[in-house]
Design a protein around this ligand. Structure first.
Ligand code: LHQ
Length: 263
């Protein structure tokens, strides 16, 4: 049987999701999208999972859309690219952005086009020192999709965002960290260990609190300070009733390590 185009390994309450078309730098085919949907369904249904890691097999993270699927003969009708975005990329980006547990992108190599922007929908990005980010869209006459025009200006400001998108120049991992596009750059050989250690820490952490952090950040983009203060208050009211808040404060006062249940 041929290898799955997306692999799933669950251990220590962490789901490791690996895009697995290394021969094409893990670019997205329709089949890979469909497999990823079913993998994420499996992860979400498994309540033992308290952190998710997304990475790529081989030397790339993801080169965006597989352009072989976009091949067109002179007599073919013009494509409607929105169909694919509607069906796959947009739901994927929304799903990762709102995923109920912390998500980490382990950028093991080049992340181009929609591949770069799918990574940006994760909560924390670690990149191997040799990795690169390329907003490749303008090279093929497109504008960024998969959330690029939303994430980029928010993360790095208009000047850098437009520069990256219009030039389609590769951005090194070190520069990506410097301008605030990612959390951390890590030596290539240490990437997966660093990421998995972080994910395992999340998986033993206060999962309900993490979920609320993500939710509050997501809505803050559109809120006034007044509204956001109310949302923070309502969140603390709920979190104050959790086991993990009680455990967090009690363990601090008892000078011991907390044992969180995630609820
Ligand atoms: C690929 C790809 C690829 C197929 C590498 N497809 N084979 C678009 C349209 C429709 C709707 C939805 O949204 C989108 C969003 C998008 O994502 S548009 C942007 C699509 N992506 C790109 O334009 C990037 C294309 N790839 C590249 O520019 C380079 O491959 C990069 C800079 C990523 C890496 O360069 P290298 O390290 O020099 O590797 P390579 O080019 O030699 O690639 C290795 C192999 O992977 C090669 O195959 P081969 O059989 O010759 O070894 C490539 O053809 C294949 N590959 N990207 N997107």
């Amino acid at each position: 049987m041929s290898e799955l185009t997306v692999k799933l390994d669950i251990s220590d309450n962490v789901a490791l999701v690996t895009l697995n078309r290394p021969e094409a730098l893990n670019s997205f085919t329709t089949e890979m999208h469909a497999t990823l949907v079913s993998v994420l369904d499996q992860v979400e249904a498994d309540k033992s999972v308290r952190a998710l890691v997304l990475t790529g097999a081989g030397r790339g993270f993801c080169a965006g859309q597989d352009l072989n699927e976009r091949k067109r003969g002179p007599n073919d009708p013009p494509p409607d690219l929105s169909i694919n975005l509607n069906k796959y990329y947009n739901p994927l980006v929304k799903r990762l952005y709102n995923f109920p547990v912390p998500t980490i992108a382990a950028i093991n190599g080049v992340a181009a086009g929609a591949g770069a922007n799918v990574a940006l929908s994760c909560d924390m990005l670690f990149a191997a020192r040799s990795a690169k980010f390329i907003q490749a869209f303008s090279k093929i006459g497109l504008s960024p999709d998969a959330g690029g025009t939303w994430f980029l200006p928010r993360l790095v400001g208009r000047a850098k965002a437009l520069g990256l998108v219009l030039s389609a120049e590769p951005l090194s991992a070190e520069e990506a960290e410097r301008i605030g596009l990612i959390w951390k750059v890590v030596d290539d050989e240490a990437l997966m260990e660093t990421v998995m250690n972080t994910a395992r820490q999340f998986a033993q952490g206060p999962t309900a609190g993490y979920r609320r952090i993500k939710e509050n950040f997501a809505v803050s983009t559109f809120n006034s300070l007044e509204d956001q203060l109310d949302i923070e208050r309502d969140g603390q009211r709920e979190l104050g009733l959790t086991h993990d808040y009680m455990e967090g404060t009690t363990s601090f006062l008892e000078k011991r390590k907390p044992v969180f249940k995630g609820e």
